[in-house]
Design a protein around this ligand. Structure first.
Ligand code: 5GP
Length: 197
C-alpha cells in the first residue's frame, strides 16, 4: 500500500465501504441518480476483468496487471490494495483531482483498508461510511438467494465480511441496511449534512 501527501484543494470526500451483499452499490447508485449536487463517483483502477455490462472508464479503469504495476511505480495512486489475492484496486490521483478541480465532491466505493487510509490522508475532509448487514446469517441468506456464487465462494465472502465488519468501529458512520429505502435516505442525509457543513 502506498499513500501520498495531503493535497491542498477544497472539496469533500465520501468513502463508502461494506461487505459484499450489503447493498452498497444500490445505495450509491440511487444517491448519484437522484442528482446529489456536485457529488461524483471516483472511478478506480483494477486489474480484474470486466463483468458483463461493465464499461471501461465508467465502472473501473480496467488495466492489465503490468499496467497496474506501472501505475504504482509511477505514483499514480492515492491508495491501492490487493483486495483479493492477485486482484488489485486503486484510487487514482487523477480521478480525485479531476472532480475536485471542477468544484465537486467525490464518492469512493473502496475496501475498508483503502477507506481508512484515505481518512488518514485527507483527515476532516473525509466522511467514512460503513454499511452493515442486519446480521451475518441475513448476509449469508442474501448471498445464497442471489444464486450467483458457489457455496465455497459464499463461505469465503461471509468470512471476509466478518473480517471487514471488525473494522466498522473505525468508520465515522455505520448504517445498517435492514430496509433499503431507509438506508438510502439516511445515507443521503449524512452526505448532505457533511457536504453542507
Ligand atoms: P468488485 O470487484 O466487486 O467490483 O470490488 C471488490 C472490492 O474492491 C470492493 O470491496 C470494492 O469496494 C473494492 N475497491 C474498488 N475500488 C477500490 C479502490 O480503488 N481501492 C480499494 N482499496 N478498494 C477498492
Amino acid at each position: 500500500m502506498s499513500i501520498e501527501k495531503k493535497p491542498r484543494k477544497s472539496g469533500k470526500i465520501i468513502v463508502v465501504s461494506a461487505p459484499s451483499g450489503c447493498g452498497k452499490s444500490t445505495i450509491i447508485n440511487s444517491i448519484l441518480d437522484s442528482g446529489q449536487p456536485e457529488l461524483r463517483f471516483s472511478v478506480s483502477a483494477t486489474n480484474r476483468r470486466p463483468r458483463p455490462g461493465e464499461v471501461d472508464g465508467v465502472h473501473y479503469h480496467f488495466l492489465t496487471t503490468e499496467e497496474f504495476r506501472d501505475a504504482i511505480a509511477e505514483n499514480k495512486f492515492v491508495e491501492w490494495e490487493e483486495v483479493y489475492p492477485g486482484r488489485f484496486y486503486g484510487t487514482l490521483k487523477s480521478e480525485i483531482d479531476r472532480i475536485i478541480d471542477k468544484g465537486g465532491n467525490v464518492i469512493l466505493d473502496i475496501d475498508v483498508k483503502g477507506g481508512l487510509n484515505v481518512k488518514r490522508l485527507y483527515g476532516d475532509r473525509v466522511k467514512t461510511i460503513f454499511f452493515l448487514p442486519p446480521s451475518i446469517s441475513e448476509l449469508r441468506h442474501r448471498l445464497e438467494s442471489r444464486g450467483t456464487d458457489a457455496p465455497e465462494i459464499i463461505d469465503e465472502r461471509v468470512n471476509k465480511a466478518e473480517l471487514e465488519i471488525s473494522f466498522a468501529d473505525s468508520f465515522d458512520e455505520r448504517i445498517i441496511n435492514d430496509d433499503l429505502e431507509k438506508a438510502i435516505s439516511l445515507t443521503r442525509r449524512t452526505i448532505e449534512d457533511f457536504i453542507n457543513k
